[in-house]
Design a protein around this ligand. Structure first.
Ligand code: ZN
Ligand code: ZN
Length: 128
């Protein structure tokens, strides 16, 4: 299946990623650069690293959101949660939002199950 690379716009045959093999290779290089930079400068923030290495911010954000970088030892290296803006070091959402979203999902599942278990109530609503 042909698709446009989300990073450079070139057409490529999509396998599992939304970026082309060339971009993937470049992103892997960014990953290596970021990793060794952080090892030497563990207190760096994302903008500092992007500026120092002259790499694309979107690559660094993607690496963090994919969970490729292990960031336990780098407290300042994080991106904003897409839901509340709090800093997060893995995935698109912070831990709070992650557990809240998981809770909402469980709630929705529970409601669905409850509705299914109470056919009498369902009939009542159907009759209006
Ligand atoms: Zn590309
Ligand atoms: Zn959040």
């Amino acid at each position: 299946m042909l698709s446009n690379c989300r990073r450079c716009g070139r057409m490529f045959s999509k396998v599992s990623r939304d970026i082309c093999p060339e971009c993937l290779k470049e992103r892997e290089e960014v990953f290596e650069q970021v990793r060794s930079y952080l090892r030497e400068n563990p207190g760096s923030s994302v903008p500092e690293v992007v500026e120092a290495l002259d790499v694309l911010l979107e690559d660094v954000v993607a690496l963090i959101q994919e969970g490729s970088l292990i960031l336990r030892d780098f407290p300042n290296f994080n991106v904003a949660c897409e839901r509340c803006g709090q800093p997060t070091q893995e995935g698109r959402y912070c831990n709070n939002c992650k557990s809240e979203l998981a809770g909402k999902l469980a709630e929705a599942t529970a409601i669905l199950r409850k509705t299914k278990d109470e056919p009498a109530k369902g009939r009542y609503f159907l009759r209006g």
